[in-house]
Design a protein around this ligand. Structure first.
Ligand code: DLZ
Length: 164
């Protein structure tokens, strides 16, 4: 089965993000990849109407720290959703597994503890090339996908607040 291109979507299925505010947390580890994810996410938010001043970007040392960075946004800002961007590349030790487990569980907890979407924009790959392929390379950009998911979840939140 062919791998999905992360940047392909039906533009008509995306609501306007003109009145939405987003926090973006970017891990510094593998920055060649995560910087490209952040660029993709910001470009996609803006393409759908989000204003520059309504996108706040913060950096954390590694993917393991993404959930706490996300929690800071929830506690100290009025964003409508938080996009978490990281890249964990398999190495020789089990560190990969612990980081992946930590960020997955941490993000899940945030989603259930706060009434706010936290979007999981984390690449977990065997090598750098697989990551680059998904960070603006031949398989699109996971940052684009994360931004679109954030917009959709904010809209769902707003719709349900009004209509139940
Ligand atoms: C330590 C570590 C390692 C080995 N690999 C990665 C990685 O591939 N991607 C990533 O984002 N972070 C990595 N880190 C750093 C951890 O995420 C974390 O910053 C440290 O363990 C300190 O808590």
């Amino acid at each position: 089965m062919a791998t999905k291109n992360l940047s392909e979507y039906d533009i008509n299925s995306i609501p306007s993000a003109e009145k939405m505010k987003f926090g973006v947390v970017v891990a510094e580890w593998n920055y060649e990849v995560t910087g490209a994810l952040a660029q993709g996410a910001v470009d996609t938010l803006k393409k759908h109407g989000t204003k520059d001043e309504n996108i706040s970007i913060k950096h954390v040392p590694g993917t393991f720290e993404l959930p706490l960075g996300g929690q800071f946004f929830a506690e100290y800002t009025d964003v409508d959703a938080v996009i978490l961007l990281g890249c964990v590349i398999q190495g020789e030790t089990r560190h990969f597994d612990f980081i992946c487990q930590g960020v997955t569980q941490g993000t899940t907890q945030l989603n259930t503890n706060y009434n706010l979407p936290f979007i999981f924009g984390v690449l977990t790959t065997d090598n750098q090339q697989q990551a680059l392929d998904r960070a603006g390379g031949k398989l699109g950009n996971k940052g684009d996908e994360a931004a679109l998911t954030a917009i959709k979840m904010v809209q769902l939140h707003r719709d349900m607040e009004v209509d139940g």
